[in-house]
Design a protein around this ligand. Structure first.
Ligand code: MG
Length: 338
């Protein structure tokens, strides 16, 4: 098996602002694993707050020699080898895991969801993210989101109430809020959640800093809306340790090191009776298509990455009635744009 990779910069349609800061681009690295003339595609996305960069991903990938493996279906063996090369590097590892799953399911002649033994009957609506902005620009974004049935509002700034009121003046759609650790006080958070529930919000993502586990557990026990972990839970071990403090978890391939561990996390959380969500970073339709194959295992999907960028190098993802259409072709179902 042969690995190749190249850096790329995704350009965002709008300046993207969350509680931690703003950006207009997201660095990614695309991977390809080739075997017997079949190519599997993968992607690593590195939003700056997670600590990886194009440089760190390229350095990690340069250490990966897959020539010792001759069977792409030996997914456990290959991923275990990759995971033990160095700690961290979650997005870099995800780019290999995705390419390997694309390749293996192509060789098996199945779409990824079937290869993983998952159905596609229960695909949830995917939400569309509206970043922190002025009320006027927030209103424009609500108009752009007409195809989506659920809007995810980024909060955690000084003008949270102004943003929510601007959105509610435009639409009656169900909403959810992602605070990105932006609220600092549990009593303030609980007041805000009561207010948001009255306005039709369905759940709240990462309201408090991830280190405040006791405060998060208290908030979850008091909150009238489910509290979903994002920054607080990256890999399977974090899930086992911290799920009890939350109502559920937002699983993302770039945090979990890819599909293999994301599926384990969703299976575990579902068995525990927790809420489950599949999310993404700013990603092209390559990594997001891969994630979509897991979406039947979840109650919520937040797979809007490709809709927030203007230079997607892969064919676009299609949406129908607010749901991502999952490809029935072998693999993850994406091809580079011609
Ligand atoms: Mg989030």
């Amino acid at each position: 098996m042969k690995l190749s990779f190249s850096p790329y910069t995704l350009e965002l349609r709008h300046t993207f602002t969350v509680a931690a800061g703003s950006r207009v681009t997201t660095p990614v690295v695309f991977t390809q694993i080739e075997h017997d003339g079949v190519i599997g595609y993968g992607e690593a996305s590195m939003p700056p707050y997670l600590g990886e960069s194009q440089e760190s991903v390229l350095n990690f990938l340069a250490k990966v020699n897959l020539s010792r493996f001759s069977d792409p279906l030996d997914i456990d063996g290959i991923l275990s080898f990759i995971d033990h090369l160095a700690p961290g590097n979650n997005a870099a590892k995800a780019s290999l895991d995705i390419a390997l799953h694309d390749l293996a399911s192509k060789m098996a002649g199945m779409p990824l969801y079937r290869f993983l033994g998952i159905g596609i009957q229960a695909v949830p609506d995917t939400s569309y993210t509206i970043g922190i902005d002025t009320p006027e620009r927030v209103k424009e974004k609500v108009k752009e989101a007409s195809e989506f049935n659920l809007l995810k509002i980024k909060l955690g700034s000084a003008n949270d109430k102004e943003i929510v009121e601007a959105i509610r003046s435009m639409t009656n759609k169900p909403l959810c809020a992602d605070i990105n650790q932006g609220w600092q006080d549990k009593a303030f958070a609980l007041d805000m959640i009561h207010w948001l529930k009255e306005l039709g919000f369905k759940f709240i993502e990462q309201p408090l800093p991830k280190e405040l586990t006791d405060d998060i557990a208290w908030l979850t026990s008091q909150s009238p809306l489910p509290i979903i972990a994002d920054e607080g839970i990256k890999r399977f071990d974090d899930l086992v340790k911290f799920l009890g403090a939350y109502s559920g978890v937002n699983v993302k391939l770039m945090k979990s090191t890819g599909i293999y561990e994301a599926k384990r996390m969703l299976d575990y959380a579902n068995k525990a009776g927790a809420k489950t969500m599949i999310g993404c970073m700013t990603e092209s339709s390559c990594a997001v298509s891969a994630a979509a194959h897991l979406s039947s295992l979840t109650q919520y999907a937040d797979l809007d990455g490709p809709f927030l960028i203007k230079n997607n190098p892969f064919e676009d993802i299609r949406l129908e009635n607010g749901k991502i259409i999952i490809s029935d072709t072998p693999g993850i179902g994406v091809n580079p744009r011609k």
